[in-house]
Write a protein that binds this ligand. Structure first.
Ligand code: ADP
Length: 297
């Protein structure tokens, strides 16, 4: 897979306090990279540094194969679309007209506007004044603005904050559509881990300015395999037979933990004929729970 962004040894301090110290972060082409971390972890600062809005102290950033520096930033920004702070619109203009302004600012032909409105799901309201838009519609329009010019990377800082569940679901589908139908990759930050889990292909876990994980969500899952639970006709007896503590019984289940296929087969064979096994379940821990556990350790 081609790398579209590569960050090495990135450091940033504010008033002598280190807020970023990142060894390595990479974003692959056609991916949705979810940058997760609590408020204050440094998510926005990374995004602002990539965009040249904040100066880094040390480190290198390569975007689309070129090193970012004062000279290259302007050119590279042409390949990046971003929503960092609350987007602003001309309220008295329509969605279409707002996109017209952005297109001319970016020097892009107007033919892209209708397609972009369609991609973000605003085709039917493109002629409505944006002051009549809901928060969800405004957020879609902001994404449309960022998408004008077909950027290679879309940077979205906490884009689902404050949205209602239906708008969040529409956003989720929109991000997936962008990856499927365009050549734009997405870097998205959020402190709502359950949401990131539903959309990201890759994640970066940021804690106090340090990246404790950078890689695919699939790989992260392999490092944190699901745990196994069983329920039987007599859980108390099963616990005794397996020589386990009674606190392993949770409700109607016995929590066995993280087991290999062979371990599971051994347990089933061992219990066979002694108790009836009703269910064997694989339970995935949510990213949220793993994140909290890791924070404690
Ligand atoms: P996040 O986006 O994860 O919430 P930020 O990147 O906004 O985190 O902030 C990271 C840390 O840097 C925080 O401790 C924040 O207070 C600090 N910080 C951010 N911007 C500034 C600034 N302009 N001046 C001083 N401190 C800042």
């Amino acid at each position: 897979m081609k790398k579209i962004l590569e960050i090495k040894n990135l450091k940033k301090s504010y008033n002598g306090k280190k807020v970023l110290d990142i060894d390595y972060l990479e974003i692959e082409e056609s991916s949705i990279y979810g940058l997760i971390g609590k408020n204050g972890a440094g998510k926005s600062t990374i995004m602002k540094i990539i965009l040249g809005l904040v100066k880094k102290d040390e480190g290198t950033i390569k975007a689309f194969g070129y090193e970012l520096n004062l000279k290259s930033q302007k050119d590279l920004n042409k390949n990046i679309g971003a929503i960092i702070e609350n987007p602003s619109f001309y309220d008295h203009l329509t969605g279409y007209e707002n996109l017209e302004i952005i297109s001319s600012l970016k020097g892009i032909k107007k033919d892209e506007i209708s397609k972009t409105l369609e991609l973000v799901g605003l085709k039917n309201v493109g002629k409505k004044k944006t002051r009549e838009y809901s928060l969800g519609m405004k957020q879609k329009l902001a994404i449309a603005m960022a998408l004008i010019g077909k950027p290679k990377l879309l940077i979205l800082d906490e884009p689902i904050n404050g949205l209602d569940p239906q708008s969040i679901e529409e956003m989720r589908n929109l991000f997936k559509n962008i990856i499927k139908n365009t050549s734009t990759s997405i870097l998205i930050s959020s402190h709502i881990l359950d949401e990131i889990e539903k959309i990201a292909t890759h994640i970066g876990i940021l804690k106090h300015g340090k990246l404790t994980y950078n890689g695919s969500l699939e790989e992260y899952r392999k490092l944190h395999p699901p745990f196994i639970s069983i329920s039987t006709s007599d859980n108390k007896k099963a616990i005794e037979l397996l020589d386990l503590d009674t606190d392993k019984i949770k409700g109607k289940k016995i929590i066995l933990g993280k087991l290999s296929n062979i371990d599971i087969a051994d347990i089933v064979n061992f219990l066979h004929g002694k108790v009836s096994i009703y269910r064997i379940e694989e339970e995935k821990e949510s990213l949220e729970k793993l994140f909290i556990e890791e924070s404690r350790s």
